[in-house]
Ligand binder design. Sequence first.
Ligand SMILES: [Zn+2]
Length: 636
Amino acid sequence: MSDLGVKIRCGLEIHQMLDTKCKLFCGCPTKLRTEEPDLEFRRWLRPTRSEMGELDRAALFEFEKGVSFRYQAYEDSVCLVEMDEEPPHPLNEEALEIALMIALLMGAKPVDEVQVMRKIVIDGSNTTGFQRTALIALDGKVVVDGKEVPIKTICLEEDAARKVGVGKDEVIYRLDRMGIPLIEIATAPVIESPEEAERVAFKIGQLLRITGRVKRGLGTIRQDLNVSIEGGARVEIKGVQELGLISKIVRYEALRQKSLLEIRDELRRRGVRSEDIKPEFKDVTHVFKDTKCRIARKALKSGGVALAVKLPGFKGLVGREIQPGRRLGTEFADRARYWAKVGGIFHSDELPAYGISEEEVERIKAELGCGENDAFVLVFERRDKAVKALEAVVERAREAVVGVPEETRAANPDGTTRFMRPMPGRARMYPETDIRPIPITEELLARIRSMLPEPPEKRLERLVKVYGLSEDMARRMLDSYHLDLFEKIVSELKVPAKLVASTLENTLVYLRREGVAVDRLTDDAIYGVFKLVAEGRVAKEAIPELLTYLAKNPEVSPEEAAEKLGLRAMTVEELEALVEKVLDEKADLVASRGERALGPLMGIIMGKVRGRIDGATVSEVVRRKLKERLSALKRS
Ligand SMILES: [Zn+2]
């Protein structure tokens, strides 16, 4: 039982880009591009009914929208394979090797033969109309906090194209990402709390990173979560990129389902049945003849209508919050947007507002025959769109009487979710006839076993023995996203391991709490800062200030940042001169307090050198100079 008072069941599906030289089915590089594309072409995908299998409604809907797809390509990272002008090349062996390595690390059983399959996709995210995927291994596990989490399947698949825009009647995709090898790892739905979900995702991520052969950085790992609570329904949340958001998303989804069940119970108490919610729409355009509502005026002027529907027994429930900032009414609006492409809807729980007056609300209620417990939804649109929008609202309202609808949702940046599409029917798969099955031989497995990376426990030992980290810090480093960066800095720059570890694990956390956007710091920037320290160009005390500046100004190089902040390292001679000057100024203090002046003097001087020279040197020089002064005083 979670602290929300409900039983949660959650499973994860993790998609991680592999760091291979080439794509999965061609020789193109696996690099995401930011420059403008070199060329574009257009396609209309026309899958046959049989290919699409049992045509689900969402698929049919996508298909019937009649959109075309514009693909953007780069001459040097997209070839005829991605354009579907040439058959796929044999499966990338490097990718297979990494996938098998990950499978073995998770104790999964590799298949005897890898058979590439085609999974039909019709949203245009693949030029071929299908995505290629291959099962690599089954039945592995990861152990998290002493609990075994079964890994059901490990697949190798090609990444889809990147959606970069939606125009009128067209969707624009970029092909740089299409074909990059992804490993897909699916756990059994045995996770029971939001925090556990995050720890499992983390543990899997750690095993992936420990191979050193997966891509890193934002967008290279995406997690799908399936979440349900007891009495609720399986909801899939797609494409979560930030690990730190997982527990929040699971929590908010459990909360949403719990709230929806409460709304259902209240509707039932009020005696509402699904069939009471009728798709009977009333044209109330005349009510808004002289309205002050800007949205209404604009819609009606361009030939739209005001259409309303009664929701019996829904009063106070449409406006009830089900996730922070999101209401049942938001769910209605999501559906209306999806099925009818309308801008939004209005519901009676939020009115009067938006320029819609009390009087207008009362007139609509009268026209619809709303009783005390009834609510209504209103939309201003072209008639055909308005009808579709209210049909979608009626459908969703009917589901509210049943409970939680099964559906696919997308995560918002704040951890709440929004409707994405209905849960797709099980996609039919076909063997990819252009690629021959690949046997997994004992020989291949033996070779891969011999190159398995050291397990986390071994790595921990090395962090303690070789780098001299404390057990506690080594553990934190091992769990850190910065593990690779840590080893790179320590081995290449010869900066003390403890300094690097404490900067990556303590300083960054501290700065984040202080409101510094540390996520904007690139690995290169952090590396650059340590390079300055290693070369003695800035003192280690300057690291926090430098990192803060670089987080605020990511376009600036660490060298420029050090220059701008006046952090050029101070020489010992410069420091000595400064100390002499301060001792002159504070002659009274020195005379009155003797050796006990050391503390206050250190404070003053540390404040002045502001990280330009390390504290140990300052302490040594101040101590020495003070001693000289005091013995001079004694002599005189
Ligand atoms: Zn290619």
